[in-house]
Write a protein that binds this ligand. Structure first.
Ligand SMILES: [Zn+2]
Length: 606
């Protein structure tokens, strides 16, 4: 991850100061304050308990699990696969800073990806223009109006219409500098046997699909006449992966945070209808079942996911699968059910936004009540045997709830509905939980015995020799304090014993020659070596005191100095010992060996 130095450092620093790391990362990861730091689930490795931390005063992040760390720029580079200059640009945009034009800047994207972005960007503009302002677009415009979509939504979602005009689109795009073979190869346009080039979406209303950064990377297209199939999506590309993307996620992000919940739909039309009704924490899958990737993405942002799929049979089955998946990822799942087999868009059309909000979203079922309903369809509850099996299936679901209050709530409900003893139900659930805990414990044991590198690492930490701990502590203070650094530079220079610490100290001395104020975020940017950078971030996360006394600094310095003197002494004796052996003076060699052992003993007792 080489840093791009084409943007002047003072501009980079201006952008850094205008964007708080907690806010920016907070748009991707649900962060909770714990002491001085914020913690959340690491977006770089799978985990169930948060070990990803962000510190506001140092403006850095560090994961204690996978050890990834960095500043606001590296976070975006790693997560979004951006180049350094792209990350700076995005954050400048976000904070309203205008960047001067830089020559020779390199983007992280390939030529092909840039061409794709350009093609979709121009096409979206063209289609939108045709829909709004031309004769060809009139029918499609009327169609959208009939479906209740207003002008504002047409603007926000940049809806458009692809006209039936042979060669028109290709000429338009060629004028914008995008090559014909590329357009055909990437499936944006279609070439026929007679050499005609047509638009595969001709005659359809166009719904631009934006990535999570708000760039158009594909289209959804809906037939307005009798064309088949009714819906079409652009083919997948380097930039467009259906199972990793959620429709409208870029616009919904902030709303999801604000509302502390997200509503998940199946259709793009549902999103637009809800958005228009003022419900904006809404996203949709793109014609596929919810994937693991998408569930993880949502969990990173929010705890509560409200599934609102079509009210027909297929919709209920899909709700069941999505609910299960989200529950496994630790989400609080709710299921909003629609009556009469309607889809959300149709419901809003028929009953209005207020009814949708109050009667569908606000009264959505909890995961367990949905499951109690859903599981019924597999059994004939008038048969005793079926009833027992059904109860057992429900108990298994209830036993997965973490809260004992919730468990008891549903068990009471079950006991009343089927006239069963609450004590027996409680016992059954306890038994199921005990069994599954045992299984989990076994799995955990296996994991530790198979792969214990992380746990031994933690243990090692506590057992670090005193001088190593002193070096780490001192560096932690140096990262936060120029005066301490200047003092350390005078007194111990580079005589840290651990090679990496020596390197860090040297870099820090150089850093404070240019800078008056400590800035860990800026400092790590100047480190080319990934391992050193990781170590700096790890050390920066060590808890330190605000008011460190001179005496304490002296103590650290003393420990390091005496270690270094004694190590020098050992080295000197070792050379003398070798010399004595060469000269066959075994007695002298043995005496020196004794001296070395004596010093080593003293070192160990410290
Ligand atoms: Zn991690």
């Amino acid at each position: 991850m080489a840093m791009n130095k084409q943007i002047p450092e003072d501009v980079v620093d201006q952008v850094r100061k205008a964007n708080d790391i907690v806010e920016v990362i907070g748009e991707y990861v649900q962060l909770k304050k714990q002491g001085r730091n914020f913690f959340g689930l690491c977006p770089f490795h799978g985990e169930k308990t948060p070990s990803f931390s962000v510190t506001q005063d140092k403006q850095i992040f560090y994961c204690f699990g996978c050890k990834k760390g960095g500043n606001i720029f590296t976070f975006l580079m790693e997560l979004e696969g951006m180049s350094f200059s792209d990350a700076v640009k995005m954050l400048a945009d976000r904070s309203g800073i205008e960047l001067p034009q830089f020559t020779n800047e390199r983007s992280s994207m390939s030529k092909k990806q840039l061409d794709l972005l350009a093609a979709y960007d121009w096409l979206a503009k063209l289609y939108h223009h045709i829909l709004r302002y031309t004769k060809e677009g009139q029918e499609a415009y009327r169609y959208l109006k009939e479906r209740g979509i207003d002008d504002k939504s047409i603007e926000v979602f940049h809806l458009g219409y692809a006209p039936f005009m042979t060669d028109f689109t290709v000429q338009f795009l060629e004028e914008k500098g995008i090559q014909r073979p590329f357009l055909i190869q990437s499936g944006i346009l279609r070439q026929h046997a007679d050499q005609r080039i047509t638009d595969p979406f001709a005659g359809r209303v166009i719904f631009p699909i934006r990535n999570h950064l708000g760039k158009v990377i594909a289209f959804g297209a809906r037939a307005i006449n009798q064309q088949e199939p009714k819906y079409l999506n652009s083919s997948e590309s380097d930039l467009f992966k259906k199972n990793r993307l959620l429709f409208n996620f870029d616009l919904a992000k902030r709303e999801i945070r604000k509302e502390k919940s997200v509503i998940l739909f199946e259709g793009q039309m549902d999103v637009i209808a809800a958005y228009q009704a003022g419900i904006k924490n809404v996203v949709a899958t793109l014609g596929t079942a919810l994937t693991d990737f998408q569930a993880k993405l949502l969990k990173r942002y929010v705890d509560t996911v409200i599934i609102c799929y079509d009210g027909d049979h297929a919709g209920i089955e899909a709700s069941y699968k999505a609910a299960n998946l989200l529950q496994q990822h630790g989400c609080q799942v709710k299921i909003a059910q629609l009556t009469d087999g309607l889809d959300p868009d149709g419901y809003i059309q028929k009953y209005g936004p207020q009814s949708f909000r109050q009667k569908v979203i606000q009264t959505s079922d909890t995961y367990i009540s949905f499951m109690m309903q859903y599981l019924k369809k597999n059994y004939n509850l008038s048969l005793e045997n079926d009833l027992i099996q059904y109860i057992q299936a429900v108990l298994r679901e209830i036993s997965r709830l973490e809260s004992s209050v919730e468990r008891e709530y549903y068990l009471r409900h079950l006991s009343e509905e089927y006239n069963l003893s609450i004590t027996t139900l409680l016992e059954d659930v306890q038994q199921i939980r005990k069994n599954s805990n045992n299984r989990q414990d076994k799995r955990r044991e296996n994991r530790y015995t198979k792969n214990n590198t992380k746990s031994t690492y933690r243990v090692n930490h506590k057992l670090l020799p005193a001088y190593q701990n002193a070096e780490r502590q001192l560096i932690a203070y140096m990262l936060q304090d120029k005066a301490i650094t200047v003092r350390v530079q005078k007194e111990i220079k580079a005589s840290f014993q651990v090679e990496e610490h020596k390197i860090i100290a040297t870099h820090l001395y150089a850093f404070y020659e240019d800078e008056d104020t400590p800035n860990v975020s800026m400092f790590v940017e100047r480190l080319a070596d990934e391992n050193i950078r990781q170590l700096v971030l790890e050390i920066a996360m060590l808890p330190i005191q605000d008011d460190l006394s001179d005496q304490e600094i002296n103590d650290y310095i003393d420990i390091i100095q005496s270690q270094s003197q004694e190590m020098a002494l050992i080295k000197k004796y070792q050379q003398e010992q070798k010399l004595a052996e060469k000269q066959n003076d075994h007695l002298k060699a043995a005496q020196i060996a004794m001296q070395i052992i004596e010093i080593e003993k003293q070192l160990k007792s410290k």
